[in-house]
Design a protein around this ligand. Structure first.
Ligand SMILES: *Cc1c(COP(=O)(O)O)cnc(C)c1O
Length: 465
């Protein structure tokens, strides 16, 4: 660096204001009101550091004006404070998408959560007596009414429900499970690991594809507490398979004074087969077959908030409620409010229209096709190479393995698909789709009606070449 440029650099550096000078600008005063002094100072320092580096590296030919420095500070701060948990548009066609937050809630469920959280509530307060009440009452009546179980309990999620069930009822004892059901669900939830945590001893019977009733019978010892059936969740063994029915297992268990515990998983309360999905055992099927306790998720096919639900025999559920672990995994008021509102939809027979995932599942393909046609036409008008192709939506979320629904999807052509997908993920409301056969696909089935305009605008913004 010669003397002249060195002195120029020194001049520019001297022109940079101090943090205190910037703090006195009207814009910075506004920032302090919005974000507090400490973060505002930090962001201004950040702006000044960036400007200093630009001057020292010779990139900057002028010292930035104060307004520019403060503006950059504000941008930096807004980005820093932007929530990492942000809404997205799900164009994947996966209805219960675990990575995208599983089930969207019904309007009534959202309202119930709002009501229960904006002030105080009767979470553990009995209005009739004016005394302490129990939080377990809130969803229980709805659950027992819906499933005809004697009792019910809501906990944090189904993994917790299974853990509580096995810890309370089987600790130090043996639990027999078919080898074909030792499943890992997304995110590393493994039945064998949960069983190990519970202190129950796992006894595997049968082979991966075939387990007979006699395999269970042979494994029963005086140390056995229960037979456990875990729903096959996210995978499916096709072909030469067999497993005893729940009813056969219930009979075997009860003949030996053992429990039949059923991890049903999806929380399906409705029969999904009329809607083009493969039949899957519902919670009611499990109880009717004789399961003593059934565990399931609140945010899969039930369509509610994250929760784990246990229903079954009164005496057993009472033991679960009293176990110290129940306190550690208890449901909070947001969950109880949202779950109760969701369960009410089933009782009042409007689940198919009120619960978003059931609206998506039951949406006729002709209607999806019409919507896709409209989108494609509007995108074409804006010069985007879009067309409608036949596709399939899936239920996902570890429920209904191997099942999908016919759909019509909008396929966008683009010279750089990875770049297009990345751009869409950077939108204010990020759009998640999938790339397949050289096109970017959006399935209208999982796009919420209020997101359509935003989605089309984002596609126009990002796909225009
Ligand atoms: C999804 C699932 C779980 C885990 O439920 P979470 O609510 O995600 O904790 C456990 N068992 C089965 C069979 C499942 O399908």
């Amino acid at each position: 660096m010669n003397d002249q440029s060195q002195s120029k650099t020194q001049t520019l550096l001297r022109e940079l204001p101090s943090v205190d000078r910037l703090l006195n600008t009207a814009m910075a005063v506004d920032m302090m009101l919005a974000y507090g002094r400490s973060l505002t100072v930090e962001s201004l320092r950040h702006s000044l550091d960036t400007a200093r580096s630009a001057i020292l590296s010779g990139e900057a030919r002028y010292a930035p004006m104060n307004a520019v420095l403060v503006d950059e500070a504000r941008l930096w701060l807004e980005q820093f404070l932007a929530p990492t948990l942000q809404p997205v548009i799900n164009g994947t066609g996966v209805i219960v998408h675990t990575n995208l937050g599983r089930a969207p809630l019904s309007q009534a469920a959202r309202q119930a959560i709002d009501e229960a959280t904006k002030g105080y509530s009767t979470l553990e307060y009995d209005l009739a007596s004016g005394q302490r009440g129990s939080r377990t009452v809130h969803a229980e009546q709805l659950l027992t009414r819906l499933t005809e179980a004697e009792a019910g309990l809501v906990v944090n999620n189904n993994a917790a429900a299974v853990l509580l069930m096995l810890t309370t009822l089987c600790q130090g004892k043996e639990v027999i499970i078919s080898r074909g059901q030792l499943v890992e669900i997304g995110g590393g939830f493994r039945i064998p690991d949960v069983m190990a945590q519970s202190g129950a001893k796992l006894v595997e019977v049968g082979t991966t594809n075939r387990t007979h009733l006699r395999d269970y019978a042979k494994a029963i010892t005086e140390n056995t507490a229960a037979l456990l059936v875990a729903h096959h969740s996210n995978y499916k063994i096709i072909g030469f398979t067999s497993e005893p029915t729940l009813a056969e297992l219930a009979q075997l268990a009860h003949e030996h004074n053992l429990l039949l515990l059923y991890d049903q998983g999806s929380g399906a309360l409705l029969d999904s087969s009329p809607y083009g999905l493969e039949p899957e055992p519902t919670v009611l099927d499990g109880l009717a077959a004789g399961a003593d306790v059934v565990a399931f998720s609140g945010d899969k096919l039930l369509g509610g908030p994250q929760a784990g639900v246990l229903v079954g025999r009164q005496e057993l559920i009472t033991r679960l409620k009293r176990h110290p672990l129940a306190r550690a995994v208890r449901a909070d008021k947001l969950c109880l409010a949202g779950l109760s509102a969701t369960l009410t939809h089933y009782l009042t027979e409007n689940a198919l229209t009120e619960i978003p995932i059931w609206r998506m599942i039951t949406r006729p393909v002709a209607e999806i096709g019409e919507e896709a046609d409209t989108w494609a036409a509007r995108l074409q008008e804006r010069g985007i190479r879009a067309e409608v192709v036949v596709g399939r939506s899936t239920v996902g979320g570890g429920s209904l393995p191997g099942t999908s629904l016919p759909s019509r999807v909008v396929a966008v052509q683009h010279n750089d698909l990875e770049h297009l997908a990345a751009r869409l993920r950077q939108e204010k409301i990020p759009v998640i789709g999938r790339i397949q056969d050289g096109r970017f696909l959006i399935d209208p089935r999982t796009v919420l009606p209020e997101q359509v305009e935003i989605l089309l605008q984002s596609l126009v913004n990002c796909a225009a070449e």
